[in-house]
Design a protein around this ligand. Sequence first.
Ligand code: FO1
Length: 316
Amino acid sequence: VTRVTALAGGVGAAKLLRGIIRVIPPPSLAVIVNTGDDERFYGLHVSPDVDTTIYTLAGVAPVGRGWGIAGDTSNVLGALERFYTADGWFRLGDQDFATHVRRTHALADGRTLAEVTAELARAFGVESRILPMSDDTVRTIVETRSGETLSFQEYFVKRQARDRVRRLRYRGQRSATPAPGVIDAIRRADLLILPPSNPFTSIRPILGIRGIEHALRRRRVPLVAVSPIAGGRAVRGPLGDMLRAAGFSVSPVGIAEAYRGLLDGMVIDSSDQRWLRPLERSGLAVTMTDVRMDSIPRSVAVARATVALAQEIAGR
Ligand code: FO1
């Protein structure tokens, strides 16, 4: 395996990728990142999944929490509360603000999201290619059972993912096109990876962009997912509820079904042994390990299992 391309969103994805860059040379990894979680705060464009990916691959993200910059302070946020009363729920650190200032300034100067993302990655010493899924604006909108419409961050952070979700919409997806290099990164890969992201909130925003799922389904290399579910519970976040609401089981089988036959293989948690046969009967190659990645060595172990599974599939 030389070239790996991952579709990614969220903290779980970044934890796998920090393992991948310790198994293959960092420049051999391309990451297509969800931007449906992007939101403006204090007039600044924040791209949480892009920043989580960059900060984690740069080794500056908190190892456990996963987002923001480890040890960051929040003086600017405190000072902003003199002028704003409503946005303090989204905890932006002082060093993190620098990223949003630069991104907002570059975009205002006419740079594309892909250009500014490449600049930010370079500035943080990240050698992997970090690609936003699109230069166009796509936003994940959450419609709750109680009839409210929330931005993703309002749902996920402000309301702590407590609302029951009726529907997710990806506003702007139909008219969006893949960012430059995205389709190429899929075509040139020797291995395609779906890290343990939430398929509904982090990966479907990417798959629904014109040409991306098509390019994945025309691949000639393995596509392997790492299960975001362990022992019947989502490793993080509201995934269990979303799987149930979509009529899938809260299990690796439910994840495979949510990906609608896209997968060649899956890395599942050791506690999910009972799903091994059903997955293999549905044609998937499966390997088991502890999918919790709360340390770098654990991330490396899961990355090794992922690459090994892909090599086994390719060798068939
Ligand atoms: N997640 C939280 O649970 N609380 C926060 O205050 C928060 C702030 C934040 C700031 C910058 C950033 O890049 C990410 C941040 N996140 C926070 C995580 C973020 O909401 C999620 O990681 C993604 O949007 C979900 O994939």
